[in-house]
Design a protein around this ligand. Structure first.
Ligand SMILES: [Zn+2]
Length: 310
């Protein structure tokens, strides 16, 4: 009897406070060192050494009310209504001349689409996420096969299912990097991702968090110089999730900003409207989206690649 009450109390707490995104362990701090917006902005306009290819791993469609805050003044003025919105799930392949190949987010594994249950995605989440609408163009396994050399690491923008969905194809010894608090902060929404995250991370390396420090110029919450050579910066942009991270890469073709899901859609970027129901903290998400837009306004040569739309 006592166990029953304890269990009931446990579920009540889960419902009230939510849970963390995964119980997968944290490892040692990630590579890189704390940097600043001044240092990043001093380098942005100089060509860099990174080769970057953004691959549309899968086409998908989800509700616009998840992707965009339809209650925002701009969305109301444009009379945007909820509908199915076509989106893409990307994997960004980054090649550093000395440190090798990295992925930013993972694309989609064919295994997940063929057998979501086995990948840890339960029936309820399969229905809620409409996994049957995911159409793979290039699976994570195919992306890895095309690499010149092995994969040295994965940088996650955050731990939502559509960003970890390539994990079944990622070798177990590959280091995995996340934003600070991404795996440990509690949220009600995590009740929908934790089970799948746990199963997809099983047997993988411990998660390594970027070691952010407050940005001395206060333009962002924190910035890390990932390879300590000014070629790739991880930018702390929480709001969509507690550890949401954007990346500024100095490529051979100029600077590229990967926003992650701080902004999903082209319309959201152009009108400065944060995501809708998929976002945890709207005010903080909007603030960090505005900060990313300010960065691009100051450096208009930055090419912006959004979370789910070109
Ligand atoms: Zn996403």
């Amino acid at each position: 009897m006592k166990t029953k009450y304890l269990l009931l109390a446990f579920y009540c707490v889960m419902l009230l406070q939510g849970c963390s995104a995964t119980s997968h362990p944290l490892g040692k701090p990630a590579i890189g060192r704390a940097s600043s917006s001044a240092e990043m902005e001093r380098l942005i306009d100089q060509p860099g050494p990174i080769q970057l290819e953004t691959i549309n791993s899968a086409d998908w469609s989800v509700s616009l009310s998840g992707l965009l805050n339809l209650d925002s003044p701009a969305a109301k003025e444009a009379d945007l209504r909820d509908r199915d919105e076509p989106i893409q799930i990307y994997a960004h392949v980054l090649k550093h001349p000395r440190f090798g190949n990295f992925l930013v987010d993972t694309g989609v594994s064919q295994k997940l689409v063929d057998n979501p249950g086995q990948a840890g995605v339960n029936w309820m989440i399969q229905k809620a996420m409409h996994i049957e609408r995911m159409h793979i163009n290039k699976s994570t396994a195919a992306i890895l096969q095309g690499l010149d050399g092995k994969l040295s690491g994965v940088f996650f923008t955050h731990l939502h299912l559509d960003h970890v969905s390539g994990l079944p194809d990622i070798p177990d010894d590959v280091p995995l990097y996340i934003g600070s608090s991404e795996s440990t902060a509690t949220s009600f929404k995590n009740m929908f991702v934790r089970g799948a995250n746990d199963q997809m991370l099983e047997g993988k390396q411990p998660l390594q968090e970027w070691h952010f420090q407050p940005d001395p110029q206060g333009k962002f919450e924190g910035i890390v110089d990932v390879f300590e050579d000014g070629s790739v910066f991880a930018i702390q942009v929480p709001g969509h999730t507690a550890g949401s991270t954007a990346f500024l890469l100095r490529t051979t073709r100029g600077p590229v900003l990967l926003t992650g899901d701080a902004c999903h859609t082209r319309w959201g970027w152009e009108h400065t409207v944060e995501p809708g129901d998929f976002t945890d903290n709207h005010a903080r998400n909007l603030l960090n989206l505005q900060r990313l837009k300010n960065l691009v306004a100051a450096h208009p040569q930055i090419e912006v690649r959004l979370g789910h739309q070109h």
